[in-house]
Design a protein around this ligand. Structure first.
Ligand code: UT7
Length: 333
């Protein structure tokens, strides 16, 4: 295999896809006891897109990927690696290969990566390692989730928060390394704050042999704990990643946080002293789309001409695990 030691990384294209149907807060208040006033003031969310029975993780991920590849002017068969960051695969054995086949990315190896709402940032760093070592030159990174499958639609504390969607970026070997710094963290001691857990019932097979068989349960979350964790840990990890990049918050053009709650976005920006006009936000229309939220928002700002080539972005994901991380990168080659 050819080695291209010292290759830098560039993010050369983005794409996104969201289900066709949206449900607003007034509609939600017909399902659980809530109100537009409560949801808007506590979260900033006004509506969310929900996948219809015909829309799957693979269809959304494939649509987002096609537009990212088109923007990067890369053909599917040129892709070496596909990483699909998701917690809601169509198939527990993985959905990345399905997307590979749909795209016709015949030369790509494909696998899923699970790190909940941190999945896109963890995937960005993972993909970059393959490029930096020179093993691969063109990587498609997708963040996609269909959390509506796992939401308890009778639990108003969680069902108002989540939505479905997909975002994708193309990463390419580049003379200039545009990934300037990163920091990834996990704390499993707080695992019980946010779960989509498997629960099995004991079942005897033969003799002493018994196994546990069951299903995944609905999402459960200690919202206040996760809120506190995010507001404390996200600024820390961004500062660490900035330090590694020899940059400070004043050097940032955009703060691109996981779109969980507008109050979290505002609090993190305030702690970092980043003015609100530099804070990327589209959660009012999509809710929390987990691994999709960062690339979905990135794509929207790129296509609107707000994020410009060469601008410096701090992306930060946080969520179940608990996991959190930040990556500082410049958009484009
Ligand atoms: O992507 C993973 C990361 N996840 C997150 O970042 C989520 C982080 N947490 C949050 O964003 C917030 O904690 C929530 C939005 C989930 C909740 O906001 P909060 O300000 O922490 O509300 P709370 O849980 O303290 O609840 C306040 C009140 C409670 O009533 P009482 O006990 O004070 O009478 C809740 O029962 O609001 C009630 N409540 C609701 N009322 C109307 C909770 N959910 C609702 C609702 N509609 N949907």
């Amino acid at each position: 295999m050819h080695q291209f030691i010292g290759a830098g990384v560039a993010v050369t294209g983005s794409g996104s896809a969201a289900p066709s149907l949206s449900l607003d807060n007034v509609g939600l208040s017909q399902i659980v006891e809530t109100s537009d006033e409560w949801i808007s003031s506590r979260t900033g969310i006004q509506q969310r897109r929900l996948a219809t029975p015909q829309e799957t993780l693979a269809t959304l991920a494939t649509e987002a990927s096609r537009s990212a590849l088109a923007m990067a002017e890369v053909e599917p068969q040129e892709i070496d690696l596909i990483i699909l960051a998701t917690s809601t695969p169509d198939d527990l054995f993985g959905t990345a290969s399905k997307v590979q086949a749909e795209l016709g990315a015949v030369n790509a190896v494909a696998f899923d990566l699970t790190a909940a709402c941190s999945g896109f940032v963890f995937g960005l760093v993972t993909a970059s390692q393959f490029i930096r070592t020179g093993v691969y030159r063109k990587v498609l990174l997708i963040g996609a989730d269909v959390l509506s499958r796992w939401v308890d639609w009778s639990d108003r504390r969680t069902c108002v928060l989540f939505g479905d969607g997909a975002g994708a970026v193309v990463l390419q070997a580049n003379d200039r390394d545009r990934l300037l710094g990163f920091e990834l963290r996990s704390d499993g001691s707080q695992n019980s704050c946010l779960n989509l857990a498997y629960a099995g019932q004991p079942r005897s097979l033969v003799g002493e042999h018994a196994i546990a068989q069951g299903n995944y349960q609905f999402i459960t979350m200690n919202g206040q704990e996760v809120y506190r964790f995010a507001v404390k840990r996200v600024p820390e990890v961004i500062e660490k990643a900035l330090h590694r990049a020899s940059l400070s918050t004043e050097d940032l053009d955009w703060l691109l946080l996981h779109q969980a709650n507008q109050r979290i976005l505002d609090a993190v920006a305030q702690r970092l002293k980043v003015p609100s006009e530099k804070v990327v936000s589209n959660l009012a229309r999509y809710g929390n789309t987990s691994a999709a939220s960062i690339p979905l928002a990135l794509d929207e700002y790129v296509r609107a001409g707000k994020i410009q080539p060469g601008q410096t972005i701090a992306a930060s994901g946080f969520g179940a695990g608990l996991t959190w991380g930040a990556a500082i990168f410049q958009w484009g080659r």
